[in-house]
Design a protein around this ligand. Structure first.
Ligand code: CAO
Length: 250
């Protein structure tokens, strides 16, 4: 690689030096390694969450008195479990020991637990708290745990154990905006789901255009482990589940 350009910016106008935060230094080194070492591909899809949004509003209305409010992200976590169970190679890691052995077999570590990380924006940078055993939790409990972890993250009070052990990660920018992005996989995980802002779109159905609430999904995956067709099936399944959350029970 060429050396990094050395430029005296002060020649062009006034400048000042601002140190990167500790979190940015750590996450930057991780992001750089993951970006360089993992052959990423991103699969885009859209889920019709019109019915899901009605259910979410209904559920939030019912639990208003207890001060509980659940966002789409909690439903997505629960729905992702259905896709991870159907496509277990997404809930796996490359075995580092076998990767290092020249010419030998390369193993995948298949995980029989479902701990999901979620990217949280904090004043000092990006952190990824982990909710354990999401497959054994209901959407409201997931939402409550997420809200508590997000507060701890923003206050810089997350314990290291609360950021370890994820088998899959979701990064949602839906509360902010955008139509799609290409998230970087959090090694040694093999995939990450990006979520952008849902919007009402005209959808052609049964011979006419109908307004539907569509949620953009961006799934980045490690192409050493996952084929494009499998990634397309994964997102297609997730889209089906989100369109009808009763499928989670099946
Ligand atoms: N579409 C439309 N609206 C959405 C949405 C979506 N996909 N996702 C969230 N919203 C809405 C919420 O319902 C909420 O609306 P109200 O204020 O009307 O109730 C609002 O946007 C804000 O949501 P939120 O961001 O507080 O909650 P969340 O559960 O979606 O996300 C958390 C929680 C911690 C993930 C989020 O606060 C955060 O930090 N997001 C940034 C993550 C990030 O930086 N990712 C990039 C990593 S790579 O650099």
């Amino acid at each position: 690689l060429l050396p990094w350009p050395q430029v005296n910016f002060a020649k062009f106008g006034p400048v000042e030096l601002k140190p990167l935060s500790r979190i940015k230094k750590i996450s930057g080194a991780n992001l750089h390694r993951n970006w360089v070492m993992i052959p990423h591909v991103t699969q885009f899809d859209e889920a019709d969450i019109t019915e899901l949004e009605a259910l979410r509003k209904e559920s939030n209305e019912a639990s208003k008195k207890d001060g509980v409010k659940v966002t789409i992200l909690a439903f997505l976590m629960r729905a992702s479990i259905a896709a991870l169970k159907k496509f277990p190679e997404f809930n796996a890691s490359l075995d580092s020991a076998s990767l290092d052995s020249a010419g030998g077999e390369i193993n995948l570590v298949m995980k029989h637990y479902y701990h999901l990380g979620f990217a949280a924006d904090t004043p000092n940078g990006l952190v990824v708290p982990v909710i354990r055993d999401v497959d054994q939790k209901g959407v409201i409990d997931i939402g409550k745990e997420m809200a508590n972890l997000a507060v701890l993250a923003r206050e810089g009070k997350l314990k290291p154990t609360e950021m370890q052990g994820a088998s899959f990660t979701i990064s949602s920018l839906g509360g902010i905006g955008g139509t799609a992005f290409t998230p970087i996989i959090n090694a040694p995980e093999v995939a990450i789901l990006g979520v952008s802002r849902a919007s009402i779109k005209p959808v052609y159905r049964d011979g006419q255009l109908v307004p539907r609430l569509m949620l953009p999904l961006s799934l980045s995956y490690d192409h050493r482990v996952i084929d494009g067709a499998t990634a397309a099936r994964f997102t297609a399944h997730l889209v089906e589940v989100l369109a009808d959350m009763r499928r989670v029970l099946l």
